[in-house]
Ligand binder design. Structure first.
Ligand code: 5GP
Ligand code: ZN
Length: 109
């Protein structure tokens, strides 16, 4: 398996997990860009947001709700930024869909 996030999900690589359920895992970014920097990742491999099946409102909704739940558990509700880089031209490096939760510093708009 070559996808680094699939390897984390499979337990082959370590990660600092802050939230997990049947469909989603959230772990701290290895190279944090803010005091709180966590990645919320579906356990099913989708390369990016563009690959989420259209009409799969259940997966899309669960992912978004997992972002909210993770922010609550991190105690940053009401003060965090959510980013997903969709495609290499947008700066996506790991080609497995993930949402960045960033908090704990002031961000430019
Ligand atoms: P992207 O640019 O693809 O949106 O962001 C990928 C993120 O994954 C980067 O912020 C990078 O630091 C993080 N990352 C890459 N490899 C690993 C890893 O093995 N473990 C963890 N925890 N984060 C990683
Ligand atoms: Zn993957």
């Amino acid at each position: 398996m070559s996808c680094i996030f699939c390897r984390i999900i499979a337990g082959e690589l370590p990660a600092d997990v802050v939230f997990e359920d049947e469909h989603v895992i959230a772990f701290r970014d290895i190279n944090p860009l803010a005091p709180v920097h966590v990645l919320v990742v579906p356990k099913q491999h989708y390369a990016s947001l563009d690959e989420l099946p259209s009409g799969d409102t259940s997966t899309a909704g669960h992912l978004l709700l997992s972002v909210i739940e993770t922010a609550k558990r991190l105690d940053v509700a009401g003060g965090y930024k959510v980013v997903t880089n969709c495609g290499e031209r947008a700066g996506q490096v790991v080609l497995h869909l993930h949402f960045h939760i960033l908090a704990g510093k002031k961000f430019a708009p």
